[in-house]
Design a protein around this ligand. Structure first.
Ligand code: ADP
Length: 171
């Protein structure tokens, strides 16, 4: 088997539940039963079995990630990788390291699952309050630095501001 290569990292604007990738990442909470924001959207699209599967794997610590099937999400999506981002408390409580760990662990799990494409939301930048520009720095740096067999990584921005932050860092 060839060793890890360099993935293509792309920015897109839209709803992550519509992405045509093999795995989507969920910005979850530690109970893995669903919630608001992107978590709610993914649970609505995947159906009630997602919460059951998540609860069976809970708790998930901040910075860690756990995979479930994608249930009612349409192919090619086969896996949901749930990660728990840091709550922003000003940046002095280990938030950057926890966010870095989220991106790294999700990519490692994607590699272990054998997926070739994976989509990430802007983890922690909603209710968890992480400043979007700082979070985009962590996302791009960590994804570039992590060895992987995933070939396409899509950073999904739900708003134009976040989309521009990704474009600025990827070009
Ligand atoms: P967290 O609790 O980790 O902050 P949120 O879901 O509140 O998670 O927000 C994380 C990011 O996901 C925010 O940038 C938010 O705008 C974005 N988001 C919300 N819904 C979707 C969606 N359907 N697809 C992609 N991104 C989304």
């Amino acid at each position: 088997m060839p060793g890890p290569g360099k993935p293509r990292i792309e920015a897109v604007r839209g709803d992550i539940t519509r992405e045509q990738v093999e795995a989507i990442v969920n910005a979850a909470n530690s109970a893995l039963r669903g919630g608001g924001g992107v978590d709610g959207a993914i649970h609505r699209a995947a159906g009630p079995r997602l919460a059951e599967a998540g609860a069976a794997l809970a708790p998930c610590q901040p910075g860690d990630a756990k995979a479930t099937p994608a249930f009612d999400l349409d192919p090619p999506v086969r896996h949901v990788i749930h990660t728990v981002g840091p709550v922003w408390h000003g940046g002095g409580q280990g938030e950057p390291g926890i966010l870095e760990s989220c991106y790294r662990r999700c990519l490692e799990i994607g590699t272990a699952l054998g997926v070739k494409s994976i989509a990430f939301p802007a983890i922690s930048t909603g209710v968890y309050g992480y400043p979007p520009a700082l979070a985009a720095d962590v996302a791009v740096q960590t994804l570039r630095a992590t060895p992987t067999r995933v070939e396409v990584i899509r950073l999904v921005a739900f708003d134009d501001f976040t989309y521009q932050l990704y474009l600025d860092r990827l070009t």
